[in-house]
Design a binder for this molecule. Structure first.
Ligand SMILES: [Zn+2]
Length: 242
């Protein structure tokens, strides 16, 4: 166990470099519960089990791989991880970097002889991107109850299939999905390493940074009222343009 962590991350990333490649767009297309994403989920579980981590998929499809403390207590765990689904033609590092680096971090800590005195878990969230059903962070929204589960289950992809149907096909029971307080109580802290998708780090000349604030990202629906009319012949005094 002498490889450095960047080399470990690179070798983990190399193992999934052919999964879900998008020949027409370039990059990767790995919608949640597609063959490509399911292959990545299996890859993650296998990597976790190789390390002796206890991998389990919860009732909402979130995968958790546990490195237990000697006490076996899994409350207030340090959770890290990311997502394995992608947007159409997404980048190789968007999501998988956070998963691969978490596995590599466990390797490095173990090689240093460390044992956690609080449980550590690596989590993989489904449909983070929202590229299949149109709502980003769907897995964590369902887990936290930020979206009513009936609404989530009825979401459809572009082929008209529902999230409920695809979840069932992936081995989950839609009847059991929804906010999970027991699971949430296990999360003491959450840390995600994510590839930067701008050029901030390049301009700073830094390899990594900690986000100290976050953009209030959102989507709004605005309704403008008024009346359209002929652009040339309507008098200004008669116009009620939206
Ligand atoms: Zn991402």
């Amino acid at each position: 166990m002498t490889a450095t962590s960047p080399r470990r991350v690179a070798s983990l990333m190399a193992a999934i470099a052919d999964t879900g490649r998008d020949a027409s767009r370039g990059g990767y297309t790995r919608p949640v519960y597609s063959t490509a994403e399911l292959d990545l989920r299996s890859w993650f579980v296998a990597e976790a089990e190789t390390r002796g981590l206890d991998a389990e998929t919860d009732r909402n499809g979130v995968i958790w791989a546990w490195w237990d403390a000697p006490s076996g207590d899994r409350s207030r765990a340090i959770v890290t991880g990311s997502h394995l689904d992608s947007v159409p033609g997404g980048g190789a590092f968007d999501g998988p970097l956070g998963v691969a680096s978490a596995l590599a971090a466990v390797d490095v800590l173990r090689a240093q002889g460390r044992r956690p005195d609080r449980a550590v878990a690596i989590a993989v969230f489904p449909e983070e991107e929202g590229s299949r059903y149109g709502i980003a962070c769907l897995g964590s929204r369902i887990l936290t109850g930020a979206i009513p589960v009936e609404k989530a289950l009825a979401l459809t992809d572009e082929d008209g299939g529902t999230f409920a149907e695809h979840s069932r096909a992936a081995g989950l029971d839609p009847e059991r999905m929804g906010r999970d307080d027991e699971r949430l109580a296990q999360i003491g802290a959450f840390i995600e390493l994510h590839v930067e998708q701008g050029r901030g780090l390049i301009d700073l000349g830094q390899p990594v940074a900690i986000g100290s604030s976050i953009l209030g990202h959102g989507r709004w629906r605005l309704v403008f009222t008024g009346q359209g009319n002929h652009a040339g012949t309507t008098l200004m005094s008669d116009r009620h343009d939206p």
